[in-house]
Design a protein around this ligand. Structure first.
Ligand SMILES: [Zn+2]
Length: 482
């Protein structure tokens, strides 16, 4: 087991950038568009105005959230005391102080803006250049951004859908001490547990993935499965949202809720909720204990290829939407068809969302392999993340499958629809709770997981068998002596 830990950490360090769903805002527009709160009109409020008015209240709130994180979140790296927001922080530096207290990338501009839904009709609001909201300007094209004026009216849906994409614009990039960034030495996050610390986008992985449902044997062997920063972000932004609503700053209530929603949607992606979807624990352990470095490299390329292929395919689905809700079973699923019963409760992110995604991984992994050309799913000499970047894209999985093999495409869509049905239901459940503005969470209900008990029962049987054998052996010679 000791050998496995460094092997796992080193190899997972090579994981490629992870984006989960792209684009989150399109997913949110489709999943939430018919909610009662969606059309509510809200007044846009600049971040600095909100912070200056609420400085003292926010300082108290962030102090409480920090104490709760230390108490409740496993392996939580505490915020260095000097970074905690002070009630008497200076007005001039308030935005930077707030970003430092949240421990997010201080280069985020956070303008007032919305991202339009794909295929949206003409919109007279002024364009906002992508870099003005998304300094990372990630590889996946965003929908058009529109600028908002302070005091301008905007719908709650537009705020939430736009904000649900924002954590992928660089908020969580460069925060660990082994990243190259001005705050790497400041934030106290320690070394990056997984994801590639040398790649800017790889450095956000521990905030956007959580491997908390791995097999108990893997959890014992790999401490990285205990890293739980997604849940911290989710709780932090949920707390800020509640505070903003209660203090009468509805614009920020919705925007912070949209940030929290991002992490809930990420956790609904099986490749963000498990180490190797579809690969049994004994096989993963065997790979890292007995496999060669070449074996591990090949397995990691396949893991990454399937992860990216699924995201690329579903991104194509979202991009293709032109207002026809029934044009794909995926659109219908996101909007509620076949949605599993989902109600918000304490422990929502892991007990419910990522547990569902973890269990779905095996089936989706098999469907990817049986549906797409082997080059993209089963050939370790092809690296999807290198060969098929948006800049040099030669394969569009959504368009290619739907135009060349529509029946196969429909079959794959039907298999992945439950994943989207779950993400849609979870998004609606979280936002319904956020809209209550309540700090009291319904009671936690942990998922029913018998794997740990199964191992204990197996171990007990093994010990019992050994004891019986020993007893039998010790009795036999005595019988001979008589
Ligand atoms: Zn993300």
């Amino acid at each position: 087991m000791k050998r496995l830990v460094p092997a796992l950490v080193l190899s997972l360090g090579a994981l490629l950038p992870c984006l989960a769903w792209d684009n989150h805002s399109q997913i949110s527009y489709m999943a939430l568009g018919k909610e009662a709160w969606a059309t509510r009109q809200v007044t846009a409020e600049p971040l600095e105005d909100f912070l200056l008015l609420e400085k003292a209240g926010l300082a108290a709130l962030l102090g409480k959230l920090e104490a709760a994180a230390i108490r409740d979140i496993p392996a939580y790296p505490p915020c260095p005391p000097a970074l905690l927001l002070k009630a008497d922080a200076s007005d001039e530096g308030i935005k930077e102080d707030f970003f430092h207290a949240l421990r997010i990338n201080p280069a985020m501009p956070m303008p007032l803006y919305v991202q339009l839904q794909a295929g949206a009709s003409r919109d007279s609001r002024p364009e906002l250049p992508v870099l003005a909201a998304d300094p990372y300007d990630n590889h996946v094209p965003n929908g058009p951004f529109k600028s908002l004026r302070a005091g301008q009216s905007v719908s709650a849906l537009e705020i939430v859908a736009s904000a649900s994409d924002e954590p992928d614009y660089g908020m969580d990039i460069g925060l660990f001490e082994d990243n190259k960034s001005p705050v790497a030495a400041l934030y106290g996050f320690g070394k990056q547990a997984f994801g590639n610390p040398a790649l800017p986008y790889g450095s956000q992985a521990p905030f956007h993935m959580a491997l908390v449902h791995e097999d108990p044997l893997l959890r014992m062997a790999a401490p990285l499965t205990k890293v739980s920063l997604s849940d911290w972000r989710f709780r932090l932004y949920s707390g800020l949202s509640r505070y903003a609503f209660t203090a009468g700053h509805d614009y920020w209530g919705w925007r912070f809720a949209g940030w929290a929603l991002h992490y809930a949607q990420d956790m609904g992606q099986p490749w963000h909720a498990s180490l190797f979807p579809g690969r049994p624990a004994w096989s993963i352990l065997g790979l890292f204990v007995a496999g060669s470095q070449d074996d591990r490299d090949r397995a990691l390329v396949l893991l990454s290829n399937r992860h990216l292929l699924l995201e690329d395919y579903l991104y194509g689905a979202m991009e293709d939407w032109r207002g026809q809700d029934s044009a794909s079973v995926l659109y219908e699923a996101l909007q509620g068809k076949g949605a599993p019963k989902t109600v918000y409760r304490a422990g929502f992110l892991y007990d419910l969302v990522s547990w569902r995604a973890y269990k779905a991984g095996r089936g989706i992994n098999a469907a990817l392999v049986s549906t797409f050309p082997a080059l993209y799913t089963s050939d370790p000499s092809y690296d999807y993340g290198v060969e098929n970047t948006p800049a040099r894209r030669s394969y569009d999985p959504w368009k290619a499958l739907h135009s060349a093999q529509p029946e196969l495409a429909l079959g794959f869509d039907k298999l992945t629809a439950p994943l989207f049905a779950a993400v849609g239901a979870e998004s609606r459940a979280y936002m319904a709770w956020a809209d209550l503005h309540s700090g009291v969470e319904p009671l936690r209900r942990r998922p029913f997981d018998l794997r740990g008990l199964g191992y204990l029962a197996g171990l007990a049987l093994l010990v019992l068998g050994i004891v019986l054998l020993v007893l039998r052996k010790t009795r036999q010679p005595r019988a001979g002596k008589r």
